[in-house]
Design a protein around this ligand. Sequence first.
Ligand code: SAM
Length: 295
Amino acid sequence: MNPSSLCSVQTFPPISQSALLYRHRKLAHDSTAGVRRRAPYLVCAERSKGASMRSADDYHATLKALKSKGRFPRKSLGQHYMLNSEINDQLAGAAGIEQGDVVLEIGPGTGSLTNVLLNSGAFVLAVEKDKHMAALVSERFSSSGKLKVLTEDIVKCHVRSHMSSLVGSTYSKSRNAKVVANIPFNISTDVIKLFLPMGDIFSEVVLLLQEETAVRLVVSSLRTPEYRPINVFVNFYSEPEYKFKVPRTNFFPQPNVDAAVVSFKLKQPSEYPHVSSTKSFFSMVLHSPAYAVMH
Ligand SMILES: C[S@@+](CC[C@H](N)C(=O)[O-])C[C@H]1O[C@@H](n2cnc3c(N)ncnc32)[C@H](O)[C@@H]1O
């Protein structure tokens, strides 16, 4: 892969859902028809000099870091590393990360996003399933004093107990923390189901997801044919917003699909729509035959 061919993205004002779905369908249609066209909100450009000067997490640095631990990217762990620090900047920017925030990062990998989060002044709790990558990221930022790494599967992790000692502590300026992560695509649904109901701990969850999943999750109107039970869940607990598309060429190894950033502003429990029992409501919604069709 030639690093100079990496794409950068530009953030545009929020796009209406119907326009977004139209663009997504058109893009899918164009690519199946063999037409190589770019979505209008995507700008591909060579990296600016300034950006490459700032970044240590390019293609060569990522390979060097992996080699230092004798690691090859593992498909089963969805290890597609981000090679473009401008996108990490935009990911942190989408969550409005600033000095005094507490951020939970899922799967820090080589630490390219962790680097940006720490530089923004946040305290980072990073949960990494791969013990080699957990060791790598711990060593890389050992002198920061603002990073805690847990070698755990995020789906099985006791997030509440880990967060309770951080939020409201000397590390945190606010009562709520944020989740910012480039997650493996195969755990997206688990992560969404785990974190969206945590509005009492997190104010915002910003995720880099598979683009098709991202588009599907921001549907909010019952009147669209794309509306699924998972959208009932997402809209019950949050206000989702599609932020920007990230072409597959920005990752190593390159996945077969493009990605996109979605921000979920979490509702406080007092803002949830009224249902007599949340548990039985979602047991009915998420176990409906329509939900099974999605997976
Ligand atoms: C897509 S890579 C992103 C790495 C890094 N954040 C970046 O942007 O380059 C996903 C990361 O999540 C880790 N991972 C995979 N499954 C996980 C799980 N269940 N819990 C925690 N981390 C996981 C992988 O080992 C990998 O480091």
